[in-house]
Every structure is written in structure tokens, then in C-alpha cells.
Design a protein around this ligand. Structure first.
Ligand code: NAD
Ligand code: DAU
Length: 356
């Protein structure tokens, strides 16, 4: 039995990863450490809360005593660090907390793992620290080319700057101490349990409530969309086959302009829920500050070296995602009550529209 410390396991990707791992393997014990910020939700893990191979601890990855305590109590073999402040717009409103969790929290985990794993003869066998990072650390592309693992880091938002800083610390622990690490850099995920501050669930939620759909700028910024389960299988591949010290890009080979995503959602909802959900809901609003124009991932390395490819076609993934939100309106209602309302009016209440 191997033990995984999954941080941020109550968030979108972390919870999908825990469900994926428990469903796929019966020889991994999962310890989930999550602070339960606005983005963490234990409802995501209801189906496994009594699973004999799953334990949950509420706490902060910056809390050294707590993190070291987990390493003393469990023989942790892998750390998969998902915990982060993950939303670019929030990082523009309030950057400091991004430095705390994303940089100092990662440092705390690195130090605790090193203290527990390093002995007189180097690091114990079979240990690995996986840092879940993002394509945003590479900056923004023009109309041509793709990010490779050799693309220089050029983050623009406070969020991506904090992720890039964390990546460099993780790399430094390999370069300096030979700590076994991997960094994965993934493109935009979508799927069940994504908090409705992000493009796809926000548009679904607003459309269902006949609220305006705020499209930033000209709507032609491009993201490379990956179904979350494919991200989970990529991390699985990196855990088992990734070479220590390596970075792996993970992408969906699925670039789309934002406005096409919004129209696809409208098309599905209009056909399946209510004809009145149509393009008249779209409202072009003031652009995001420092808005990266285009992301596109070259995931050749992970395909060639680890045999990973994304399996979900966008048309299937987006349909499954929309249907999941339609089937889980209660989940959507819970996560959009309270703090969300305050965030939403702060974020969108003041945005200028075309009409202004
Ligand atoms: P999320 O915001 O849905 O979840 C983050 C989780 O981390 C939440 O459960 C939250 O409670 C927890 N958390 C926050 N601060 C914490 C702290 N100090 N201590 C412990 N737990 C804390 O994020 P997500 O979309 O699931 O992203 C997960 C990871 O993947 C992040 O590191 C993000 O940078 C990275 N990533 C996300 C995407 C994407 O498209 N969502 C793409 C590439 C990389
Ligand atoms: O690329 C990976 C990154 O993807 C992750 O590292 C981040 O954690 C994740 O949040 C995501 O960042 P983005 O900024 O790309 O995702 P978001 O869903 O916020 O926005 C996607 C695009 O949609 C972006 O161009 C901004 C635009 N957008 C977003 C929102 C929330 C809108 O036009 N309107 C909106 O209301």
C-alpha cells in the first residue's frame, strides 16, 4: 500500500483526481489536506468519505506543524500538490493571498517532504513530489506556435507569477538536493465540480438563470481545453512513469476562442432546456487586465515518453459537463450562495459593457 498526500483535494481537479484514483486502484491510501476555502467543497467527495483508503484533514498547506505532523503520522510516498488559489480574476483583485498559498505553501510542503524523505544516503526509494502547475507560467502566444517545456517562463498575472515562482522552488529542490520531483503544466480544464467563477461553469450557471453572459474583450482569446479526467490520467502517468526532475506539458490539443465556447453552451441549453436561452444573453464587457491572448500546448513529450494522450473529444466532454451541472443544481445552488454573491457583484457589477 502506498500513501498519497493530495493537497487541495476538495477543489475541482483535486476531487476529480481522488475519485479517479480510488476508482482505479485499490493499493493507494489517500490523505487529503485542504483548507476548504471558498473553492473547496467536501460535497465533491461524498461518495468516498467512508472509503477505507481515504482520510481528510482540514488545514492550510502553509501550516508547518500540521504538514510535518502528517508526514510523521503517515509514511507518505507521493505528494500531489493541487492546493492553490487558482483564479486569475481574484489574483487581480487580491494578489497577496496568491503568494502565501501558492509560493509559501509549496515551500512548506517541499521542506516537510525533504525532511521526511532524505537520509544519509540520499532520498528514500519510491518517493515523489508532483507540483501541479499551469500553461499560464509561459505567458501568452501570438497566432502561431505552441508552448513546449523549453519555452521560457513569462507569467503575466499575479496568479501565474505565483505558480511560476512555486515551479522554480520545486525545480531548485531537484537541482540542489536531488529531491525526486515532477512539474506538470496543464492547459484549461473543464468538467464536473468546477467552481462557477471559471468560464464554462459560470456561463452555464448564468444561462440557466437567464443572467447576462459576460464575455471579456472581443471574445477571441483562445484557451486549450482539456477534460478533467484526462488531466487525472496524465498525472497518473507522471506519478508512475515520470522521470525525476522533468517537466511535462499536458494539453487537450483543443484550442477554441472563448466566444465559441459560450455559443456551444448556449446551443446545448437552448436545445435541451429552454429555447429562450439564446445568444441575446451574451454581453461583451470590459477586458480582463493583462489578458493573455492565446494558450496552446505542445504535449509531445508526455505522449512520446509516457504514452499519455487525451481521450475525451471536446464535443463529448462539454456535453457531459453541461449535463452534470443540469443534474447537480443543488450543488450549484450551494456553491453560489454566500461568498459567491459578494464576489460576483464586486467582479461583474462594476464592469463596463458595450452599451456604456
Ligand atoms: P480550485 O480552486 O478548484 O481548488 C483549489 C483547492 O485548494 C480548494 O479545495 C481549496 O480549498 C484548496 N486550498 C486553497 N488554499 C489552500 C491552502 N492554503 N491550504 C490547503 N488547501 C488550500 O483549483 P483547481 O482548478 O482544482 O486547480 C487545482 C490546481 O491545478 C491548482 O494548483 C491550479 O493552479 C492547477 N491548474 C488548474 C487548471 C484549471 O484549469 N483549473 C489548469 C492547470 C493547472
Ligand atoms: O490555463 C490554465 C489555467 O486556466 C489555470 O491555471 C487556472 O487555474 C484556471 O483558472 C484557468 O485560467 P483562465 O484565466 O484561462 O480561465 P478562466 O475560466 O478564468 O477564463 C477562461 C477565458 O475566458 C479567459 O480568456 C477569460 C475569459 N472569461 C472568463 C470569465 C470568468 C470571460 O470572457 N468571461 C468570464 O466571465
Amino acid at each position: 500500500m502506498k500513501t498519497l498526500l493530495v493537497t487541495g483535494g476538495a477543489g475541482f481537479i483535486g476531487s476529480n483526481f481522488i475519485l479517479y484514483m480510488l476508482n482505479r486502484y485499490n493499493d493507494y491510501k489517500i490523505v487529503n489536506l485542504d483548507k476548504l476555502t471558498y473553492a473547496g467543497n467536501l460535497e465533491n467527495l461524498k461518495s468516498v468519505e467512508d472509503h477505507p483508503h481515504y482520510s481528510f484533514f482540514q488545514g492550510d498547506i502553509c501550516d508547518r506543524e500540521l504538514v510535518e505532523g502528517l508526514f510523521s503520522h503517515y509514511e507518505i510516498d507521493y505528494v500531489i500538490n493541487f492546493a492553490a488559489e487558482s483564479h486569475v480574476d481574484r489574483s487581480i483583485l487580491n494578489p497577496e493571498i496568491f503568494a502565501g498559498t501558492n509560493i509559501l505553501g509549496t515551500m512548506t510542503l517541499l521542506n516537510a517532504a525533504r525532511n521526511s524523505w532524505e537520509g544519509g544516503m540520499g532520498f528514500k526509494e519510491g518517493k515523489k513530489f508532483i507540483q501541479v502547475s499551469t500553461d499560464e507560467v509561459y505567458g501568452s502566444l501570438g497566432s502561431e506556435g505552441l508552448f513546449t517545456e523549453a519555452t521560457p517562463l513569462d507569467p503575466h498575472s499575479p496568479y501565474s507569477a505565483s505558480k511560476a515562482a512555486a515551479d522554480l522552488f520545486v525545480k531548485s529542490y531537484f537541482d540542489t538536493y536531488k529531491m525526486p520531483v515532477n512539474i506538470t503544466r496543464c492547459s484549461n480544464n473543464y468538467g464536473p465540480y468546477q467552481f462557477p467563477e471559471k468560464l464554462i461553469p459560470l456561463m452555464i450557471h448564468n444561462a440557466l438563470n437567464k443572467r447576462r453572459l459576460p464575455v471579456y474583450g472581443d471574445g477571441l482569446n483562445i484557451r486549450d481545453w482539456l477534460y478533467v479526467e484526462d488531466h487525472c490520467s496524465a498525472i497518473d502517468a507522471v506519478m508512475h512513469k515520470g522521470k525525476p526532475g522533468e517537466v511535462y506539458n499536458i494539453g487537450g490539443n483543443n484550442e477554441r476562442p472563448n466566444i465559441d465556447i459560450v455559443k456551444t453552451i448556449l446551443c446545448h441549453l437552448s436545445a435541451n432546456v429552454d429555447k429562450a436561452i439564446d445568444e441575446s444573453l451574451i454581453q461583451y464587457v470590459e477586458d480582463r487586465k493583462g489578458h493573455d491572448r492565446r494558450y496552446g500546448m505542445d504535449a509531445t513529450k508526455i505522449r512520446k515518453e509516457l504514452g499519455w494522450v487525451p481521450e475525451t473529444r471536446f464535443e463529448d466532454g462539454i456535453r457531459k459537463t453541461i449535463d452534470w451541472y443540469l443534474d447537480n443544481k443543488e450543488w450549484l445552488r450551494h456553491v453560489t450562495s454566500g461568498e459567491y454573491q459578494e464576489y460576483y457583484s464586486k467582479m461583474y457589477g462594476t464592469k463596463k459593457t458595450e452599451a456604456d
